[in-house]
Design a protein around this ligand. Structure first.
Ligand SMILES: Cc1ncc(COP(=O)(O)O)c(C=O)c1O
Length: 432
């Protein structure tokens, strides 16, 4: 059994056959891991064990005590995953997903719309829109390869003369897979008196993250991620953040569990994290995240990125050799996850994605991947042209195809994928 196959055996649900356009059945290829991921077997079994013990977190009684303890201990396990041993400085807040986590942070951290936030044009909407609603935005733009530069970040921070309060950046792009130099950005942010927020939705399952950095004032202040992007699709995500900052702010959601006393005319908040988790928590979601972390650490991030690198290079190289395929982003980029956006000349992204599914049971994503400012820049489409598309809904909207890899994908799947793209190019495009 090859090493790749052994990763497959760690997962549930990936070998369930699906029906093709011609009515036959096949084991599908899931190249849509940047959107969401299937569960690890150990995640499922740990969740099931905990279902048997399920009770209310924060209450007394046999099962409730078990759940309360497991839930609180899990926070330290999450911190350990990021090499944080000093529990005093950081806290773990469970949320629904990255989107909720960033909305939460934008609402809690920004005092009013005059607060200045610096983001990049590479962001997913989840790390752009919440800040637009809460603050004054500044953006670092991207170059022709879709990259932003540290120099541009520093210039923006320098020009603002210490008035930018937060720098928020994706840890890795969900469009091009570029991995951001988060610690270098953190160092710059801190140099100019700002704090950094990292959207780790894509990074979490692919790279080891050391929140404390290297000791050069480059630690990450806040980081957010979703369980469903790390093989734990049970409805939970996490904010890791500086305890003191969160303790000094009014929470985003208010209600039961967040308060120590409610008087007729007064409210006393608990300390964070409870202060930031009003309502009944998703206990099973939290358990799924820590179970996934155990497996990812067991496999090891060196092995995870080696495997992904091998597949990504094969995929990029194979696509670059096919006629009519247009790739976006730099194939030379060393620090890039297995997220590969492309188009096929003469066949639009909606049809292409449909054909991949119908002919070989391949799942990819098409469209703008909730990163419209970034994708339209890569496509060279201006906002003026965007209005044109919006006014003419009969036109195919701008978009791309995105193939994104997970730990269980194999070289054979990459080859099958490339053969299918080649087949479509030859038979569908050539004829049209
Ligand atoms: C970079 C990035 N940030 C944020 C999100 C939002 O994640 P969620 O849908 O889990 O809230 C995604 C989802 O695709 C993403 O790729």
């Amino acid at each position: 059994m090859s090493k790749n196959r052994s990763y497959r055996s760690l997962f549930n649900g990936i070998d369930v056959p699906m029906q093709l356009g011609d009515g036959t059945y096949i084991i599908p290829i899931n190249f849509d891991n940047a959107a969401t991921t299937p569960p690890l077997k150990k995640v499922d079994s740990f969740v099931y064990e905990n279902i048997l013990m399920y009770g209310s977190v924060g209450r007394g009684g046999h099962k409730s005590s078990y759940c309360t303890r497991a839930y609180e201990v899990s926070r330290q396990e999450v911190l350990n995953f990021f090499n944080i041993t000093n529990e005093e400085e950081y806290t773990v807040i469970y949320v629904k997903n990255t989107t909720e986590g960033i909305n939460h942070l934008a609402s809690v951290l920004c005092n009013n719309r005059m607060d200045k936030v610096l983001a990049t044009r590479m962001e997913h909407h989840a790390n752009d829109l919440p800040w637009r609603m809460a603050a004054s935005m500044f953006y670092v733009d991207i170059d022709h390869e879709g990259k932003f530069s540290l120099q541009d970040i520093e210039e923006k921070l320098y020009d603002a003369q210490g008035t930018i309060k937060y720098v928020t950046v994706t840890g890795a792009s969900n469009v091009t897979g570029y991995v951001s130099p988060i610690h270098k950005i953190a160092e710059l942010a801190h140099k100019y008196g700002a704090m950094i927020i990292v959207d780790a939705a894509q990074l979490i399952a692919h790279r080891a993250i050391n929140i404390k950095g290297t000791g050069k004032n480059d630690s990450i202040d806040f980081l957010v991620f979703s369980g469903h992007k790390m093989y734990a699709p049970f409805g939970s995500g996490v904010i890791i953040g500086l305890k003191e900052v969160l303790n000094n702010k009014i929470p985003y959601l208010v209600g039961g569990g967040a308060v120590s006393a409610v008087l007729d005319d007064d409210v006393y908040w608990k300390e964070t994290p409870q202060k930031n988790e009003a309502g009944t928590p998703n206990f099973l979601g939290a358990m799924s995240i820590v179970a996934s972390m155990v497996v990812l650490k067991e496999v090891g991030f060196d092995a995870i990125s080696d495997h992904e690198e091998k597949l990504k290079c094969r995929l990029l190289e194979g696509l670059s050799e096919l006629p009519k395929v247009v790739l976006y982003g730099s194939a030379q980029c060393q620090d890039r996850l297995g997220v590969v956006p492309f188009n096929v000349e003469g066949i639009d992204h909606i049809r292409m994605s449909h054909l991949l599914k119908e002919i070989r049971g391949i799942a990819v994503r098409n469209g703008c991947f909730c990163a419209q400012p970034y994708v339209t820049r890569l496509l060279g489409i201006s906002d003026k042209e965007r209005y044109h598309y919006m006014l003419h809904p009969n036109l195919t909207p701008p978009g791309m195809i995105r193939a994104s890899l997970g730990l269980y994908n194999t070289e054979e799947e990459v080859d099958d994928f490339l053969n299918t793209v080649e087949y479509i190019v030859k038979h569908r495009v050539a004829k049209s």
